[in-house]
Design a binder for this molecule. Structure first.
Ligand code: M6R
Length: 605
């Protein structure tokens, strides 16, 4: 999705902005642009290009110097990807430049009014209306011009504005799309994502919705869109610039799969309480009294986070004996759900920006619900909107395809389930058992990743498949769903996940040698039932890859996974299938870190 980066200071701005844009590339985009000025300049200089940041870089002329600028990567919503539709957008006098993330809902209405007033539009974007509205204001200060323009806007925005007549400042505003200020030594940065500025400063101020800021080289001021001053103190970003580097791997996906043992170690660190066989979740703000009143848990997330939520719901039911279920936030927000005061709502999101999840949280809060967040990005919109929550501490995830955040989110759910369980009926010995299981996870992950070569060989075979079936039962089903999503998004091979118990109700009709089945077969009370499903597939000449705790006779190949506690097994069983998806995509020559049509953070509807 779109990305913003801006700088004001003494350094040559164009290379800084281009570097910032490169760091935002992982979010997904189709065009990019940059506009610059400097205190002595009389106007703005702009370059835009459809395509990648390197295409933009190729167009930047030699004498493109300045010390202030804003830049953007665009993900097309209004108007196709093109040079004209790329941001920044300028007014007719080339004085006002705007970059914008989000969607202006009343853009067509505003555009029609402006055209009727004689304004000529150069692009099809919603953003351009904002540029003209700012340009038409005759307020004395730039801040007031922006404020006046924003009064006409309905929708979401994170914006940065540069004005040739006010070239000592950048004005930014946020409503539903992140804006972060980076505080440097006599220089300031602005970005929609800390990834763009963390190589220069780790001191950041995250704006709230309805907040604006003016940044100058040696100063910043924050205030509401109504004009009242706000106090926003800088915080230190815990992620370092190196965490965004590839670290010797060929792709971020590979790097992130191999970071999982360390990542799991981080989500556990400091949280286990051996004395009471439970865990401390500092951000939860839920005392034992309140926790006992929870009658139901409803988990909301999208894509991979939804699948982690499905695993979490089962853990909560098993360990805490509280009825729990997960639902795609994208569905929940549209179905006028009954909001129950005794239900604990849990919003799950790696980025903390996914609009469908954020909208569900806002709707829930509007109806008086208590919402917890399970989020990776500290200070993100969902983390801020939720009443309390747990960070998953996976570190930055750059690949569009989520891997380590999935695993850490499932571990965070195990912690939540254990916490709720130990307040209710989970025994001390079961608490101890789960804690021992959690502690084994990092080493077991390492063990599993050592089998990469075996999985790579299998992937060569699977790369020839046109379609694949993933099956699992109860604990194995969400694992199958996630593995199927992983494969399809990165390799573009069609994949479908089904509960193994449902095979005979339809999907058996598909079984034939050309449709491989990946079966999740944990060593639990359902082992024999799962084996029966493998028999059924084999009897119809289906090819089977089993992910199991022991060799499966009916399978053509078994990836043997280390056994943990039954409740925690789903955390580990998906990991070899991340590698399978990765190597299948590699064999097919796919763009692994940026699969087609997908974005890392889906910040629009
Ligand atoms: O940032 P979030 O966890 O809220 O993102 C939700 C989904 O968009 C995301 O998990 C998506 O399904 C990924 N591409 C999965 O790999």
């Amino acid at each position: 999705m779109c990305g913003i980066v801006g700088y004001i200071g003494k350094r040559d701005v164009a290379p800084l902005l281009l570097e910032g844009l490169q760091r935002l590339e992982y979010r997904g985009y189709d065009s990019a642009g940059v506009v610059i000025t400097s205190p002595k300049a009389t106007g703005l200089k702009m370059v835009k290009a459809k395509g990648r940041v390197r295409d933009l870089e190729a167009r930047v002329p030699k004498r493109f110097t300045g010390t202030t600028g804003i830049a953007h990567t665009r993900w097309a919503t209004h108007g196709a990807p093109s040079d004209e539709n790329a941001h920044p957008h300028l007014d007719a006098d080339n004085k006002v430049a705007v970059v914008h993330n989000g969607i202006i809902d009343n853009a067509s209405e505003l555009r029609a009014k402006l055209i009727a007033d004689g304004v000529e539009f150069l692009s099809e974007t919603d953003t351009e209306v904002l540029t003209h509205l700012i340009a038409r204001s005759d307020a004395e200060k730039l801040e007031d011009r922006v404020r006046e323009a924003l009064r006409h806007i309905e929708g979401t925005y994170g914006i940065a504005v540069l004005h040739a007549d006010f070239n000592d400042r950048i004005v930014v505003a946020r409503n539903g799309s992140p804006v972060v200020l980076g505080i440097g030594e006599k220089e300031m940065f602005v970005a929609s994502d800390v990834a763009a500025l963390v190589s220069h400063t780790r001191q950041v101020v995250t704006l709230d919705d309805g907040e604006m800021a003016t940044i100058k080289a040696d100063d910043y001021r924050t205030y509401t869109t109504e004009g009242s001053r706000t106090t926003a103190s800088p915080t230190t970003v815990e992620w370092e610039a190196e965490s965004y580097d590839m670290g010797g791997h060929d792709t971020y996906m590979h790097k992130e799969i191999f970071e999982q043992a360390d990542a799991v170690d981080r989500v556990l660190r400091g949280r286990i309480d051996d004395r009471f066989s439970t865990v401390h979740l500092g951000g939860l703000n839920l005392d034992a009294h309140d926790a006992r009143k929870v009658r139901r848990v409803k988990i909301l997330g999208c894509g991979t986070s939804y699948h982690a939520g499905m695993i979490g719901a089962q853990m909560i039911e098993e360990l805490a004996r509280i009825p729990a279920d997960a639902e795609p936030a994208s569905e929940f927000r549209y179905r006028n759900a009954v909001v129950d005061p005794d239900t604990l709502y849990v919003a799950v999101s790696q980025s903390g920006e996914t609009y469908d999840v954020l909208a569900a949280v806002q709707e829930l809060k509007r109806k008086g619900a208590r919402v917890f967040g399970i989020v990776n990005v500290v200070g993100s919109a969902i983390a801020r909107e939720a009443d309390a929550g747990v960070y998953v501490h996976a570190g930055p995830e750059v690949c569009v395809v989520s891997t380590k955040c999935f695993t850490n989110t499932t571990v965070a759910f195990a912690l939540l389930a254990l916490h709720l369980g130990r307040i209710r009926d989970l025994s001390v010995s079961d608490g101890k058992r789960i804690i021992a299981g959690l502690r084994q996870l990092p080493a077991q992950i390492e063990q599993m990743l050592e089998r990469e070569d075996e999985i790579k060989k299998l992937a060569q075979e699977f790369a020839e498949a046109k379609s694949m079936l993933f099956i699992g039962r109860v604990r194995g089903y969400p694992v199958a769903r996630e593995a199927s999503l992983k494969l399809k998004e990165v390799s573009y091979i069609h994949a479908e996940a089904y509960p193994a118990s449902e095979l005979k109700h339809g999907p058996l009709a598909l079984i034939e040698p050309a449709l491989p089945t990946v079966a999740i077969v944990p060593d639990d009370d359902l082992l024999e039932k799962n084996r029966a499903a493998l028999e059924e597939i084999k009897a119809r000449s289906g090819k089977i890859l089993a992910v199991a705790h022991q060799e499966q006779e009916k399978a053509d190949h078994t990836i043997v996974v280390p056994k943990n506690e039954n409740e925690l097994d789903p955390i580990l069983m998906g990991i070899p299938l991340q590698l399978l998806a990765y190597h299948t995509a590699l064999a097919l020559g796919r763009d692994i870190d940026k699969p087609r049509n997908l974005a890392k953070s889906v910040t629009v509807e």
